[in-house]
Design a protein around this ligand. Structure first.
Ligand SMILES: Nc1ncnc2c1ncn2[C@@H]1O[C@H](COP(=O)(O)OP(=O)(O)OP(=O)(O)O)[C@@H](O)[C@H]1O
Length: 363
C-alpha cells in the first residue's frame, strides 16, 4: 500500500531546505490596485533547481522580478547568501536573468551577445571564446558566433539568451519560460542537458514555466502558485502523488475530483460507492481518483459508463467516460486493451489510486 496517499497537512509550507542560498520571507508585492504577491515565503538551497508553476496571473514572474530587484517589494525580505537585498540593484545581486522580454543586443552578433557578461567581468579573451563555443554547442547553435541576431528565428534567439544568462555562471540563475518558444523535441533535449549542466556547474536555479512536464523534469522542487500565494511546495514526485488540495490537483490536470462521504473505508460519491485508502477517517472529504485508479471490469453489477473519446498518451490511452451516474471520468487504459468509442464498459476503482484532499480551501 505504499501508493496510498493522504493529503499532507503541511503541504503548503513544505520544509525549508538546508543552507538556503535564496530566501524569501513574507514577500508582498503590490501593483497599483492589485496585490500580486501575498507574504510569500520560500527557501532555495544552494545547487537546487526550483521551478515555479501556476496559472497565468498567479504571480510567477512577479516572484522572479522581486528576487532580481526588478520589482519593488512592499514588505518582507529577499535574502541572497544571507544578505538582505533591500536597496541592492539588480546588477549587484549576483543573479543571472533570462526573461521572456529580455532582448538580445541587436547590434552585436551571437558571440558578442553570449560573451557580454564575461567581458563585463573582464574574463580573458581565449577563455571567453572557449566558453562561448561551449555554450553555443549546449544550446544547439554550434558555430553560430558570427551570425547576426536578427537573422535568427525566435527560438534560436531564445537559445542565445539562455547561453548569455549561463555564461557568467551566476550564483542564482533565474529563468522565465526559458524554453517557451522552442519546439517540443528541442525542449525535451534541452531540459535534460540543462539539468546536467546545472548539476555540473552547481548553479542554483529559480525558473518559471507554464509547461508542467518541463518543470517536473527540470526541478528538484516545484512551487505551485495561486493568486499570489504558494499553494504547494514539494519534490515533483510529492506534488504529483500528493497534491495539497483541489486547486493543485486540478492544475496538474486531474479531472476526477468529487465530494464524498466516507464510512468504514468506503466513499459515497456521485459515481457510486468506491473504496478509499484504509487510513481515511470517516466523514466528508474531497477525493481525487487518478485515471490509473479507474479500472474497466466485466463484473456483474459494476457501475457502467460509455466511452466518449480516447486520447493517445504515448504509453497508454486516456479514456473519456460518461458514467451512467455522476460527472465525466477519465481512465488510463493499456494500449492494447482500450475499448472503442461508443462502447459501454463496467467500472471498478482502485483505492491505492485515490487521494484524499482537504474538503475546503481557505483562499
Ligand atoms: N506592472 C504591473 N502593473 C499592474 N499589475 C501587474 C503588473 N505586472 C503584473 N501585474 C498583475 O499582477 C498579477 C501577477 O502577474 P505575473 O506577471 O507575476 O503573473 P504570472 O503568473 O507570471 O502570469 P503569466 O503566466 O501570464 O506570465 C497579474 O494579475 C498581473 O496582471
Amino acid at each position: 500500500m505504499d501508493r496510498v496517499v493522504e493529503a499532507v497537512p503541511d503541504g503548503r509550507s513544505a520544509g525549508a531546505p538546508a543552507a538556503a542560498l535564496l530566501s524569501l520571507d513574507g514577500v508582498t508585492v503590490r501593483y497599483p490596485g492589485h496585490t500580486a504577491l501575498h507574504g510569500v515565503a520560500l527557501d532555495v538551497a544552494e545547487h537546487e533547481t526550483v521551478c515555479v508553476l501556476g496559472p497565468s496571473g498567479s504571480g510567477k514572474s512577479t516572484l522572479l522580478r522581486a528576487v532580481a530587484g526588478l520589482t519593488d517589494v512592499a514588505s518582507g525580505t529577499v535574502r541572497i547568501a544571507g544578505g538582505d537585498q533591500a536597496g541592492v540593484p539588480t546588477h549587484r545581486r549576483g543573479v543571472g536573468l533570462m526573461f521572456q522580454d529580455h532582448q538580445l543586443f541587436p547590434q552585436r552578433d551571437v558571440g558578442g551577445n553570449v560573451a557580454f557578461g564575461l567581458r563585463m567581468r573582464r574574463v580573458p579573451r581565449p577563455e571567453v571564446q572557449r566558453r562561448v563555443a561551449e555554450l553555443l554547442d549546449l544550446v544547439g547553435l554550434p558555430g553560430a558566433q558570427r551570425r547576426r541576431v536578427d537573422s535568427l528565428s525566435g527560438g534560436e534567439q531564445q537559445r542565445v539568451a539562455l547561453a548569455r544568462a549561463l555564461a557568467p555562471r551566476p550564483a542564482v540563475l533565474m529563468l522565465d519560460e526559458p524554453l517557451g518558444q522552442l519546439d517540443r523535441h528541442l525542449r525535451e533535449r534541452l531540459v535534460v542537458e540543462l539539468r546536467e549542466l546545472f548539476r555540473e556547474l552547481g548553479t542554483t536555479v529559480l525558473a518559471v514555466t507554464h509547461d508542467q512536464g518541463e518543470a517536473f523534469a527540470l526541478a528538484d522542487r516545484v512551487v505551485v502558485m495561486r493568486e499570489g500565494r504558494i499553494a504547494q511546495v514539494g519534490s515533483p514526485v510529492e506534488v504529483w502523488r500528493r497534491p495539497a488540495d483541489d486547486f493543485v490537483a486540478g492544475f496538474l490536470g486531474f479531472r476526477n475530483l468529487t465530494d464524498a462521504t466516507v464510512a468504514r473505508g468506503v466513499a459515497d460519491t456521485p459515481w457510486g460507492e468506491l473504496p478509499v485508502p484504509a487510513a481515511t477517517r470517516d466523514g466528508r472529504h474531497r477525493l481525487l481518483v487518478r485515471p490509473s485508479g479507474v479500472r474497466l471490469t466485466a463484473a456483474e453489477g459494476a457501475p457502467r459508463a460509455t466511452v466518449r473519446a480516447r486520447t493517445f498518451r504515448g504509453d497508454h490511452v486516456l479514456l473519456h467516460l460518461a458514467p451512467e451516474r455522476g460527472p465525466a471520468l477519465e481512465a488510463a487504459c493499456a494500449l492494447g486493451e482500450a475499448p472503442a468509442e461508443g462502447d459501454t464498459v463496467g467500472l471498478a476503482f482502485d483505492p491505492s489510486e485515490v487521494v484524499v484532499l482537504p474538503i475546503a480551501s481557505d483562499w
